[in-house]
Structures are given as C-alpha cells and as structure tokens.
Design a protein around this ligand. Sequence first.
Ligand code: G4P
Length: 524
Amino acid sequence: MDLQHETERRRTFAIISHPDAGKTTITEKLLLFGGAIQIAGAVKARRAGKQTSSDFLEVEQQRGISVSTAVMSFEHMGCAVNLLDTPGHEDFSEDTYRVLTAVDSALMVLDNAKGVEARTRALMDVCRLRDTPVVTFANKLDREGLDPFELMQDVEQTLNIACAPMTWPIGMGQYFQGIYDIPHKQVVFYEPTEKGRRNERVVIESLDDPALIGYIGSSAAQKLREDLELIDTMDPFDLEAFRAGLQTPVFFGSAINNFGVKELLDSFIQIAPPPQSRHTETRDVQPLEDKFTGFVFKIQANLDRAHHDRMAFVRITSGHYQRKMKLFHVRTGKEMAINNATTFMAKDRVVTEDAWPGDIIGLHNHGGIQVGDTFTEGEVLKFTGIPAFAPELFRRARLLDPLKAKALVKGLEQLSEEGAAQLFRPLEGSDYILGAMGSLQFDVIASRLENEYGVRALFEEVSLGAARWISGPEEEVDRFVKENRSRMFHDIHDQLTYIVQSEWALRYASEQYPKIVFHKTMEI
Ligand code: G4P
C-alpha cells in the first residue's frame, strides 16, 4: 500500500532550455515555493551557461557549499517533487541526455522573445526518443517578445508538438499585468505595491466582473476576451495526448518577477505523470513491483570537497529502498550492503532511510560503479536506453611527470567511467586518446587529474575527427580490424571503436565495408 501511495505522489522531472532562457531563475522560484530554500539568490552559483572555463571549474570546485546537486527534492501539494539538475553548458550535453533518461517529464523553458532555440530543439529530440511528456513555460513576458499565438506556432512548427495554452498573458513588456488561468477561469494579476514592485496576487473569478476593467483597463480586458475567443477554437488540454508526448501545455509568465510560476507549479503537480515503467533487455519493469530496481544515470565527483567522494546517482525504477538493504550490482555480480545512501534536499544531504520509485539516491562510489549500471535485489536485468554518443573532439593525453603513468591511466579510466569524457585504448601502441563532445570537458579532466590524482597532463591536439563503434558478422569484423589496425581502439567497455581523421574518411570506410555497421550512439 505504501509503495503505491508513495509512487503515485512522486514527480521526477528536469528543466530543458537554451542558455539564458531562465532555467536557473525558475529553478530557484520552484525551490522557494517548495520551501526547499528560504532566500532568493541561493541558486546563482549554479549557473554555468555563460561562464568561461575557469569560472566553470571554480563552480565545480565550490560544489557542496553552494546549492548545487544533481537533484533537488521538495514537497508541494502532497507530492514529492524531484527536480533533476542538468548542466547549463552545452559542452556537457551528453550528461544532460543521460539525466533525461531518469525523468518522467520535462519542463521546457523558452525566452518569449526568442522562441525555440537550438539547444532546446536538441533536447526536445532526446525527450522524443522516450515520448517524455513536456510542459512549456514561456518566460520573460515582462519584456517585449513574440505574440503568444506566434510563440505557440513556433513551438508547433519547430518541435512538431501540439500546444494547449493553460495560462494566457495579459499584456506584455511594461504592460504585462498578469495572466488568465484558463482551466480555472480566473484572472490572476499583480498589483503594484508601495515599493513599486508588482508582486501582489489578486484573483478575479470572472471576466464579467466589473472590477476587472478597474484593474487592467478596458482595452486590455477587451483584448483578453478576444484572445480567449480564439483560444476556444483550439484543441483544449488533453491529459492523454500530453502524457503520450503529443501535446504540450503552455504557461506564460516572468520567472524573475514570480509571475505565473505558482500556476505553473500547481498545474504541473497535477498533470505530470508519476513514475513510469522502464525497458530492460529482457522485460519491462513496473514501478509497483515489490522488488527494488534502479539504474545509474550519473556519477559526480567532489560533491562536497570535505568528503572527497564520488557519488553514483541511482534512479529507483521499482520497489522500496530501505536503509541497510543489500543490493545486487548486476554488471559485477556482487552484492553490496548499502548503509549510507544519500538523499538530496536543496542544500542538505541526509542518509536515506526510505526511498521509492522516482526517487534518486546517491551511492558512495570508490570506483567500480559505472554510468548505466543496474542494481536489483538479485534479478539479472539491464536497463536500456542510456546513451553514449560518438565523440567529436579528440586529444592525446601527454604526461608532464613521467613517473605518474599509472596514476594517469587510473585517473583517465575512472573519469571515463563517470562519463566525464571517453577514453580509448589503441590496439597498437600506447597513446591513450580522450574523446569529448565539448572542449570544456578536457579542461575539467585536466583540472580533476591534477586535484584528485596528483597528475599533471597536457591534452595535445591530434588529427582525429570522427569515431564510430563497429559491429557486424564476426569474420567481417576480424577482417576490418586486421586491415585498419592502426585506427582501432577499445573504449572502457571494451567495445571496438574506429577513429579516423574526418567524417569523409568514415564515409569512405563504410563504402568499402558494406557489411560493417558504424554506430554513432551506443547503449551503455
Ligand atoms: P539560464 O539558467 O537558463 O541560463 O538563465 P538564467 O535564469 O540565468 O537567466 C538568464 C538571464 O535572464 C538573467 O539575467 C536573468 O536575471 C534573466 N531573467 C530570468 N527570468 C527573467 C524574466 O522573467 N524577465 C526578465 N526580464 N529577465 C529574466 P542576467 O542579466 O544574465 O543576470 P542577472 O544579472 O540578472 O543575474
């Protein structure tokens, strides 16, 4: 009974957006509403989108003293909300993709002046892979931007998903006065206070209430009525279409002024799905199954400098976690007694006593746990759909202190298991190659090698530009490897990887060896 009750009240989601749309600001407002933090400004240090690499490293190193963890949990309206953090900087997009495998819904934040931007589009593609339901928040209505109908058209055309407005802005820019709450048929607007800031909430129950004109003026009231007539002709919000990823409910507001955020959160709690089933290689796992299952979607080091630890983040997919239970680590076949799993509140880390499907628990990791690993109570299962992407940038690690060769390899292997970058061992020779999606990853690796492993290394440019994992009939693969030995590598999962100078060379190889399959993404 507890399992059902606790599962149904969980909401696990992440925010997707283009840098600068307002993700950090809205995260902070949600945490304030959820009572998880008390003061505005606490989340500032998390911002990574606009930072230079040294700022980013600095932020990484400050983790633990700022409000900065992979998951922020809070209670709202009887629901336990788990908001999963995603890195702001696009060089870490691979990390973001993996976080999205651990959520049941996503909140897409758009800058109302800019509409759908490149990064949002890429992240939506990832949500699509699993039909993740997406709620949209159009932010910055306090600035001039697109007409709200135009914004919805942009979403519909660019992202190929139907829109259903849930709130509607009254005015925009300096004339932004509030919103109309469509399902509740309420006007919610914000009155100027003595200090000149408009943050009082006044609710008017009906559009016919004569007080409405007194508050917003007759032309805004007239415009609102006309807009609503048009909205009446559109398809209304449909829970099933939303849950199937076919329709997105759209909310308007201004995060920084706290306009429309409460309406967003209240509705979100009601419509966002509870924990969903997950695919494994052998069967689907249902959240209400008695036995515990979960998978690792992220490993993070130095959450707290004082602890010097690495944390493996496990998304619980079924069953009940209880303190001191033994978990079966499927890949290694070992049983582990978990005495001190960690639950993350906004600022605090506490020892987990109980956790349920949809929750994220942190396991202390002294090496040995990899991204993609499955934990169960004994069943051999392997969750699918956790992606690795073929890297696009490559560097050779060059040791500055020749006596530290062993430490370098260990550091690179462990950082690669975390997914911080990808390490490739050549079949011939001894030059380890590091692959990444964004160059900032190399800076992070270099800094972490020095801080955590005491190894100073340089990452030299190499003339490599494209990688693919290969598969095919055994004898074809053998022939391919024999004929291309100097370009063959093993990744940390011992998968054969072909790394060449350019996409062009890759195309040439695929023409020469039609029976070989070249994979751009890999399940890990
Ligand atoms: P991000 O995490 O998605 O990158 O965005 P973030 O919240 O950091 O917001 C980006 C900028 O947009 C910030 O301004 C922030 O204050 C501003 N912003 C967020 N919400 C709103 C809004 O509703 N209206 C307006 N007008 N601006 C908003 P900044 O100048 O870069 O930083 P700051 O100096 O204000 O902190």
